[in-house]
Design a protein around this ligand. Structure first.
Ligand SMILES: Cc1cc2nc3c(=O)[nH]c(=O)nc-3n(C[C@H](O)[C@H](O)[C@H](O)COP(=O)(O)OP(=O)(O)OC[C@H]3O[C@@H](n4cnc5c(N)ncnc54)[C@H](O)[C@@H]3O)c2cc1C
Length: 561
């Protein structure tokens, strides 16, 4: 992808066929689809790619069992359509990024025979709707086998479970793979580039965007024939920049997750609790060596700063602990994340739980702005396909086939599950590092490791005893447009999602490496560390956990090198 300075120079003042605003799953998907169809495309993201909702998902590639239940109850063909489309996209998502996805078995534990029968019938319909896109058939699992696979489940009254299959993925890295693929085929992505206004032609249609570089405060403009608003939870703000009389469409639902050591609930399968006390779905899923527990649902507004709160934790643990022999404690929590589901409403009355997770494309007749709103990660590609169809129509071009249906993303080309062994045979790295690199970067891990040939120190771990190595920081800055500590620690290397405290302790080493790449002064470097530690400690505080202080030795790392 090259570095950010270069991208900024290439984009500033230039004109494109299409400008996609928002670099989450939806925007990155749109940008790739457009560029692959031969449209010269620029992708502008106000923060970091995947910096908002798209790295805060439960990371499940699914048709949506709960939506199916609603479809059956409501006898609504539109709701069936949402599930069927997602089930087909599920397979595409798995195939297009084999390094970032996997199939996953879900067990729904049951303590009542009626429950087993109800679930079994529902999941058979799920299988049937999937048709040729079925992963593996759902089935009843005996009490003995259920306890073998989930030994920490509450035994009293357990009848067995119903098993079904969906997919799982690394959302932040999937988002980055979309952006990198977009760049590879000639697209122009830029993060920390906020759209703040529009220029118009004589007919009042959008012809240019005013953009602020969030890192320097510099303003610049970008021209385009069509503008796509893919800003997820923030869609209304861009719609109102284009035409301020448009009615609000977005309703946001906060969802919080926490991660715990997998030892507290050792399992290779995911557990689904289909109905919490207030009718929500709750998951406990093994993910990246942790147990991922989520999610909550609470209506919020785009201006709210979101945190995982003690209230979120108490709710989730309160529900989950009913199913466990040994209750989870807040002190088990090692990390977490929170995001806002972008749901589209047609009126004011419905609760966010009731709003369908379907997407809506709106073409604003006055300004020409095309907004793609709602949807979910699993359907990002189909949403992008439909959006770019709308763009081609707006441009008066014939609608061409979408190449993204079977387009293997960056890092997925030639990927095989034994990649980690090959990396290890070629470079002197630990087994855990090889696994980590293969899982995060796929075949691009070769490029990461090539950096260690020019500088052997880059093969050193960022934090002693942990898999991520220094070369990943350099690669993130040079090849993935990383500009801040959080860009590296959270979305590129995943350390912040694995452990808040380890991420804090890694900050000085990461900052030192970034400073070399980005020519930061020691003041800038120390300020970056302080800002990151401060932000993380606010996160810990909201979760009701003790803050983390850097020891003298660790904190001194930045200045010592
Ligand atoms: C808790 C939770 C769990 C979920 N779990 C799943 C799941 O398991 N599976 C699934 O399929 N889906 C899941 N989803 C849904 C899925 O995560 C979202 O549908 C998806 O990530 C939305 O992507 P997006 O690109 O539309 O929005 P976002 O990822 O929020 O991206 C919008 C981007 O627009 C940028 N932006 C805003 N304003 C501007 C501006 N003025 N200029 C430039 N850029 C701007 C923002 O910075 C942001 O990065 C979940 C959602 C939540 C909240």
């Amino acid at each position: 992808m090259g570095n950010r300075e270069q991208q900024l120079r290439d984009i500033t003042g230039n004109s494109f066929d299409i400008c996609v605003i928002g670099g989450g799953a939806t925007g990155a998907g749109c940008a790739l689809d457009a560029q692959l169809r031969g449209l010269r495309t620029v992708l502008l993201e106000a923060g970091d790619f995947a910096g908002a909702t798209s790295s805060a998902a439960t990371k499940i590639i699914h048709g949506g069992g709960r939506y199916l239940e609603e479809a059956i109850k409501d006898v609504d063909p539109n709701e069936y359509h949402v599930v069927i489309r997602a089930l087909h996209e599920r397979v595409r998502m798995l195939n297009n990024a084999p390094h970032l996805t996997r199939q996953l078995a879900f067990l729904v534990p049951s303590y009542h025979w009626l429950n087993v029968a109800y679930l079994d019938i529902g999941l058979k319909i799920y299988d049937w709707l999937a048709g040729c896109a079925r992963i593996s058939p759902s089935k009843y699992v005996s009490r003995e086998e259920t306890l073998e696979r989930m030994p920490e489940l509450k035994q009293q009254g357990l009848i067995g479970s119903v098993e079904y299959a969906d997919g799982q993925f690394d959302d932040a890295r999937y988002n980055l793979a979309l952006v990198q693929s977009f760049s590879k085929v000639g697209g122009s992505p830029l993060n920390y580039a906020r759209v703040t206004g529009f220029g118009r032609d004589a007919a009042g249609r959008l012809s240019g965007a005013s953009v602020t570089d969030q890192l320097t405060g510099t303003q610049f403009s970008v021209g385009a024939k069509v503008f796509v608003n893919a800003t997820g939870p923030f869609s209304d703000s861009i719609r109102h920049l284009a035409t301020d009389s448009l009615p609000r469409r977005m309703r946001l639902s906060k969802g919080a997750h926490v991660l715990l050591p997998l030892e507290v609930f050792p399992t290779q399968d995911a557990m689904l609790i289909p109905k919490t006390d207030d009718g929500r779905v709750l998951f406990a899923v093994p993910w990246n060596g942790r147990l991922l527990v989520g999610t909550t649902e609470q209506e919020v507004s785009p201006e709210d700063e979101l945190f995982v709160t003690r209230e979120d934790i108490d709710f989730m643990f309160g529900q989950l602990n009913k199913y466990l022999e040994h209750p989870l404690q807040p002190s088990h929590i090692v990390s977490g994340f929170v995001g806002a589901r972008p749901l589209v409403s047609s009126g004011e009355s419905q609760s966010t739980q009731k709003l369908a997770r379907d997407d809506v494309i709106e073409v604003d007749a006055a300004s020409g702005l095309i907004s793609i709103m709602g949807g979910k990660w699993t359907t990002h590609r189909a949403m992008a396909e439909d959006t770019i169809n709308a763009v081609q129509k707006t441009l008066g071009n014939p609608v061409t086939d979408s190449p993204t249906r079977s387009y293997v993303l960056y890092g997925g080309e030639g990927f095989r599950v034994d990649l980690w062994e090959k990396l290890r045979a070629a470079f002197p790295i630990a087994k855990e590092t090889a696994h980590h690199l293969a899982a995060k970067f796929g075949t691009a891990a070769w490029r990461v490791l090539e950096l260690t040939r020019e500088n052997r120190n880059l093969a050193e771990p960022i934090l002693a005893g942990n898999p991520p190595i220094q070369a990943e920081v350099v690669y993130s800055v040079r090849e993935e447009l990383a500009a801040t500590l959080e860009d590296v620690l959270a979305r590129r290397l995943g350390m912040q999602f694995y452990s808040w405290r380890e991420a804090i302790r890694s900050a000085p080493a990461v900052a030192t490496q970034m400073a070399k790449e980005l020519c930061w002064s020691s003041e800038q470097t120390n300020a970056a560390i302080a800002a990151y530690v401060d932000k993380m400690n606010r996160i810990l505080e909201h979760a009701g956990l003790q803050p983390e202080t850097l020891s003298g030795a660790t904190a001194g790392h930045a200045s010592a090198e």
